[in-house]
Every structure is written in C-alpha cells, then in structure tokens.
Design a protein around this ligand. Structure first.
Ligand code: PGA
Length: 224
C-alpha cells in the first residue's frame, strides 16, 4: 500500500527521463528525497530514442516519457498532459493575434529538437497530418537552446508548455494562437514487463503518480 511504501527508507533507483520532463521530475525528486532520505535516485536525462533503447535492454528501473513504444511489453501509466505550444519572442508581430491559420506559419523559420526526440516526432506527425512540412528548420538538442534561440530571434519554436513557465512569467516568450495548437500529448511512467521493481522503485513510482495529479491542474492554468 501507499502507506507501506512511505516507510521504504533505503535503496538505489535508476530513473531515466525525457529531456523535456526535467521541468517537473526534478521537483518531484526533490520532495521525494526529503521523505525518503536513504533512497538514492540516479536520474538519467535523455531523449526518447535513448529511452526506448534503455527499455529494450532492461536498463532503467523506471522511465518517464511521452510516448511509450508500442512494440515492447511495458507497464505504462499516464501521468498528465504535455501540451506542445508554438512560441515566439514576446515582441513578435504574430504575438497576440487570434486564430492564426497553420498555413500562414509554415513558411517561417523553426527551431526544433533533434531527430530522436519525442517532441520532434510529434511535431512532424502534426504537420504531416495537416498536410504541411516545415520549409526551414534549425535543429537543437535541448529545450533550453531552443528557448534562447527563439528569444534571440532565430525563429519560432514548438516546445512543451512545461518548459516555458519562467519565460512566460518574465514575458520573454509568447505562445502563438495557431490553429490546431496546442498539440496534445501525455506524460507516462513506464516499466518493462519482467523487470523486478524494488520497494524503493515502487515507492518512487507511486509518489510520481500521486504528485502528477496536482501538477496537472497547475499547468492547465498556464494555458488560460
Ligand atoms: P523528448 O521528450 O522530446 O525530450 O524526447 C519526450 C517526449 O516528449 O516524447
């Protein structure tokens, strides 16, 4: 039970998490560590492609990711939404405009994540479904570099809402109101079937699931 798991005080857990999840998983880890001081969590932050490889090889105890691969035996639980939004510098001409048609925006330059990123895959799928392709993209391997590039004026970006909380607060970035956006995605916590979960790993998993429920409400506020 959840109560018994609160009493797990020792252990070592290997958690792998998507690059884009650092904006919430670090906070959850901090509060978990205060309750379970004796549990050591090794957190590996990487992109979706590497997470899938780690699941294939039974490497991580727990994986936090956007899209669990369909071709592996997994236990996967949905945590909360992960809306992908289109961002521009706050001073951009399109900032504040309502209902921008997607066709009007595809000719813009975009700064996007690398191949292998789950965010990137979702963006490509979205544009393909709407019958468009990017004309011009600049690839970067981290959400932070995308945000800074967009602020600097290199192009528009498409990132997880979770990643831009501070930039919205300081008004350095604006979310563009483009048709079809935000792209709706979800976070999952995933374990590989057949891999034994230690009590410590079980405790962390249950903790993350419980916390996610409160975060979900919090993030919805940002979109209002
Ligand atoms: P990523 O995030 O883009 O950092 O790989 C995973 C995902 O959102 O699917």
């Amino acid at each position: 039970t959840l109560k018994e798991l609160k009493n797990v005080h020792q252990g070592y857990i290997k958690v792998s998490a998507a690059t884009t999840s650092i904006y919430f998983i670090t906070k959850m880890l901090a509060s978990f560590s205060r309750i379970h001081e004796g549990i050591t969590v090794s957190l590996h932050i990487t992109n979706r492609k590497t997470l899938v490889e780690q699941l294939q090889n039974y490497e991580a105890d727990l994986v936090v990711m956007g899209e669990p691969p369909a071709n592996l035996d997994l236990y996967s639980q949905r945590l909360m939404c992960n809306p992908l939004v289109m961002i521009a510098p706050a001073s951009h001409a399109l900032a504040g405009r309502k209902g921008i048609p997607i066709g009007e925006i595809v000719a813009e330059k975009f700064v996007v994540r690398e191949q292998g990123s789950g965010t990137r895959a979702a963006i490509e799928r979205f544009f393909a479904e709407h019958g468009h392709t990017f004309s011009s993209t600049l690839e970067m391997g981290s959400n932070e570099s995308i945000k800074y590039s967009v602020i600097a004026g290199l192009g528009l970006g498409i990132v997880s809402l979770h990643s831009i909380r501070l930039e919205l607060e300081t008004r350095s970035l604006a979310i563009l109101d483009v048709g079809g956006f935000p792209i709706q995605r979800y976070w999952h916590i995933v374990t590989r079937d057949g891999k034994w979960l230690s009590p410590a790993a079980q405790a962390f998993k249950e903790y993350v699931i419980a916390e996610a429920a409160t975060y979900a409400q919090d993030y919805q506020q940002l979109l209002l």
